[in-house]
Every structure is written in structure tokens, then in C-alpha cells.
Design a binder for this molecule. Structure first.
Ligand code: 4SX
Ligand code: FE2
Length: 348
């Protein structure tokens, strides 16, 4: 029987290792306003206001800040079996774990994916109260749900093929006239992405992103950090992305993990959803208003662990790096895409 890929619904949760659980709690609960589903001395399980599965983020205390897991939800329990067969066939490390191995999560398949990330596929999960209408708890910076993962990997086209084989569809990318691909955005749920691939030394986690309903909620988070005299936690933004069209903000948590707050991307659910390709020299691709991308955003990312909890070795990107080819295209001076013979936000 030919293996069929598991039917992935969406990016569902991430587990981050943090060095100081109390400091992390201040950032994720007191500032971002995420809801605590469960907590003890070792871990905090969090969800956003619209989420009814047990958690979308696990913070686990540990010696080295790192990404310990990225998890996708699949459509049915049978898809967990499909995942096991699919990844055994692919020849990567696969572990089947019983229900409850992760608090609140049913039977699951864990893999070390071909890009080097620790990834879980699950269907069953404990339902908890959905706080959609608990406006008494929301606050001005309310976060609705987890939106996507962004991973750093040396070979973007190879990573794109891996995800396309798994059933993900490309929505946008950044490339140059020579065909070098610098980044790609792929989705299962009908938004711009569940996963973005960023070209660089990998595997590393670039960021995880949470969605709000409105831009005002993102602006409030900036005001909150200012009032707490922690404006140093704001890394990039607020702004409007070119790619995805989303309104965005990047924060760095107390361990340096990057968290994006994101809203206003667009529907991609039809099978003929047009792909948007951006020239790497387009000043507006990463910030629609032409604001500079800070160097740390290109250079820094979180290490990832293997299934035994050991840090993964990095593989170097050998192709051109975006930060090296975009001098002048990240707001420090202006290059006009049309002058380079590339239409802005070109649809194909
Ligand atoms: O910086 S980009 O405009 O390319 C961008 C980055 C677009 C969408 C994202 O989610 C992101 O992290
Ligand atoms: Fe993002």
C-alpha cells in the first residue's frame, strides 16, 4: 500500500524550554495575557482566548533555552497512523507516544523531521473552556489563537518540497532573478501560513506567531511593555508586512525566543489561490511602509532539540543570505523594484 500523508489541519502548539519560569510567566501571562490551563514547578501550559484545546504553548523549565517541539493537529485518529507510516517510509526517526505523554494531548507521533525539527502530529486533545466571550478577562491586548511557526533552514526549496509532499500549499515567497529562494510561506488552514521557511543556518526556530483580531490589540502590547519599562523586548515593528499583508509586531521573551503578534492576513482556502512572489530587492516585501528590518531579526533564532532533548547541530546555508543581498532594500536607502524589472508583489 502506498503511504498517504496525514491530513494536517493546522499548526497547533509549540513547546519552548525557558531558563526562568517566573520571568517567562510574567511575559506570557501578565503582558501577553495568555490563559493558564495548567502549571507546576516545571511547566506552564497556556492557551489564547479563542482556543478550546488544552494548550497552544508549553513553557518548560530547562538549562538551555530552545524549541523542544512543534506540533500539528491532524484531522482524525487514523491520520496519526498515517503519519507514523508516512514518516517511517521517509526514513526519519519516528516515535509513537501514548496519550498523556504531553499533558492534555492524546496518542501522538513524534518525529525528527528531514529539516531537523522535533515535530509532533496528534488528533485527540483535552477540551477546556473557550474564552471567546469572556470579555471580562480579555484586556486591551487580547490574543485569539496560535497562527504559525517560522523555521530557519539552509535549503528553502528542499524544505518547501518536503512540506508540499505533506500537503501544504505555497502562498508567497521571496526570491531573486537568479532563482535563489530566500523564504517561503506554506499553509494547511486557509490563511497565509502554518509554517514559514526562512533561509539560514538551521535547524533553528525563528519565531512562533499568535493572532489578534485587531491592530489596536498589538499597539496596546507595545504600550504595556513601554509602561513596564521593557521596551527592549520589542524587536521589530509594529508594522505592516508586505508578504502576507499582516499587521505585525516581534517581541523577544526573557530567554530571547522570538514571538510575533500578527493580524489581518487573508483567505487562501480555494485550491487556485494565487501565489505571490516577491523580489528580494523590493524594499516593501518585509515591511510595506519600507521600515528597516533590524539585523538581529535576520541573525538570531532559537536552537532546537532532538527527541532526546539534545541540541541539534547547525547546518550552514550555502546560498546567498537575504541580509547580505538587501543592503539598500531594507529601508536604509531605496531601490525601486520596477527599475530592476520585477513587478511589486507579482502574482503568478
Ligand atoms: O517579514 S515578512 O513581511 O516577509 C513576514 C514575516 C511576513 C509574514 C510573517 O509571518 C513573517 O514572520
Ligand atoms: Fe511570522
Amino acid at each position: 500500500m502506498t503511504p498517504v500523508p496525514p491530513d494536517v489541519i493546522r499548526a497547533a502548539y509549540a513547546e519552548l524550554v525557558v531558563s526562568d519560569l517566573a520571568a517567562a510567566r510574567w511575559f506570557y501571562v501578565d503582558v501577553l495575557g495568555l490563559v493558564v490551563t495548567a502549571e507546576d514547578d516545571d511547566a506552564i501550559h497556556l492557551r489564547a482566548f479563542e482556543e478550546y484545546l488544552h494548550h497552544s504553548l508549553v513553557l518548560r523549565r530547562g538549562p538551555v533555552p530552545a524549541c523542544a517541539r512543534l506540533a500539528y493537529r491532524v484531522r482524525s485518529p487514523a491520520d496519526v497512523d498515517h503519519a507514523e507510516i508516512w514518516f517511517r517510509e521517509l526514513g526519519v526517526r519516528v516515535e509513537r507516544v501514548p496519550a498523556g505523554t504531553s499533558l492534555g494531548i492524546g496518542e501522538a507521533v513524534r518525529i525528527e523531521d528531514p529539516l531537523g525539527f522535533p515535530v509532533e502530529f496528534f488528533h485527540d486533545a483535552t477540551h477546556v473552556e473557550r474564552f471567546t466571550r469572556r470579555y471580562d478577562l480579555h484586556g486591551a491586548g487580547a490574543i485569539s489563537r496560535l497562527d504559525h511557526f517560522n523555521v530557519v533552514t539552509p535549503d528553502v526549496p528542499a524544505a518547501q518540497r518536503y512540506y508540499e509532499d505533506l500537503g501544504f500549499a505555497l502562498s508567497e515567497d521571496i526570491e531573486d532573478a537568479d532563482g535563489t529562494v530566500y523564504a517561503a510561506w506554506l499553509h494547511r488552514k486557509p490563511t497565509v501560513h502554518d509554517v514559514a521557511l526562512t533561509g539560514g543556518d538551521g535547524p533553528r526556530l525563528h519565531h512562533i506567531a499568535f493572532a489578534t483580531h485587531e491592530r489596536g490589540q498589538i499597539l496596546h502590547l507595545c504600550d504595556h511593555l513601554g509602561a513596564a519599562r521593557r521596551s527592549d523586548m520589542i524587536e521589530r515593528g509594529p508594522g505592516r508586512h508586505g508578504v502576507s499583508n499582516a499587521f505585525y509586531l516581534y517581541l523577544r521573551d526573557p530567554d530571547g525566543h522570538r514571538i510575533e503578534i500578527y493580524t489581518h492576513d487573508y483567505y487562501t482556502g480555494d485550491p487556485d489561490n494565487p501565489v505571490v512572489r516577491w523580489d528580494v530587492h523590493d524594499n516593501q516585501r518585509r515591511d510595506w511602509w519600507g521600515n528597516p528590518v533590524v539585523p538581529s531579526w535576520y541573525a538570531e533564532a532559537s536552537p532546537v532539540l532532538d527527541l532526546d532533548g539534545r541540541p541539534r547541530e547547525l547546518h550552514e546555508r550555502t546560498e546567498a543570505r537575504e541580509a547580505d543581498v538587501t543592503i539598500g532594500a531594507d529601508g536604509f536607502s531605496y531601490t525601486r523594484a520596477e527599475e530592476r524589472g520585477f513587478k511589486l508583489g507579482n502574482q503568478v
